[in-house]
Design a protein around this ligand. Sequence first.
Ligand code: ZN
Length: 320
Amino acid sequence: MDVQAAELKARAEKLRAKYPEVAFKSFLEEIPPDTYVYLTDLKVTRGDRYIETSDIHYFCESDGCNGVRIFRCAETVFIDMSWRFEFLKYVCRNCGTQSVRFAIAICQRTAPADSPTLWATCIKLGQVPSFGPQTPARLISLIGPDRDLFLQGRRAENRGLGIGAFAYYRRVVENQKNRIISEIARVAKTVGCSEETSKLFAAAKGETQFSKSMMMVKDVIPQTLLIRGQNPLTLLHSALSKGLHSPEMTDERCLQLAKSIRTVLGELADRASEALKNDQEIQSALNALMAIPSESNEATGGGDGQSGAALAGKEPHEAT
Ligand SMILES: [Zn+2]
């Protein structure tokens, strides 16, 4: 009978879901909501029913910090063999003004016999501010009218919903191909592209098929927009070339591709914006310099006879 019970127990254990084993800190920092994990490093404090809450690294948005800082939670968590629901408030140790809140469900589970720490099954029910890095403003401005669709994709990606994230990003890139091409064309213009290249960009915008339009301009993309030597348009094209119906497009593969699409778009937006900003700075510097001789000319031809005479007597290269 005992043998039978042991066998049944072993079989039940095998059937039990297996979740990723993570440390409490990594769980709060890196795991999106709705994902079950085993916490494997819980330390008991205050008797044997409360566990410590480890410090975490989190982005602090306050003006004084504006970077990753240590956040600390003043509370401990009660732990039990039944599910418990807890709110944790973490506060930035540096400025003390910014906080992040997590809602978690936690249930102690039997740890391996040799484990010096407690184990628990845990799931994040939500967090404020929401999980995942902020979407840069430059990227939002590149995709323009499809901002909301893009943010839906970001939410799907944060929650590990690969097929959803891929489909949203794909829609955004295909819808906004003309904005993307226009931005690249603007950069090409600042680096002095030929008339022929400008016409090619215009023709690509007129092309309705996404892949054709990408292929039309992939060879004339300015050097400054390459991402570690790789052409962003070729990267986007290859990421988007597989249809969702293809058997190799598993949820995991879609998530991988969705991340790549977002990264390439972000890099492209950054590089284009930098190139245009630099061009503007150079242009205003040139404008300022070019204004100097015309002021002198005005002085020469104007009522100030003295300085005009003085200038007239000297060639510019003689000036010391
Ligand atoms: Zn702070």
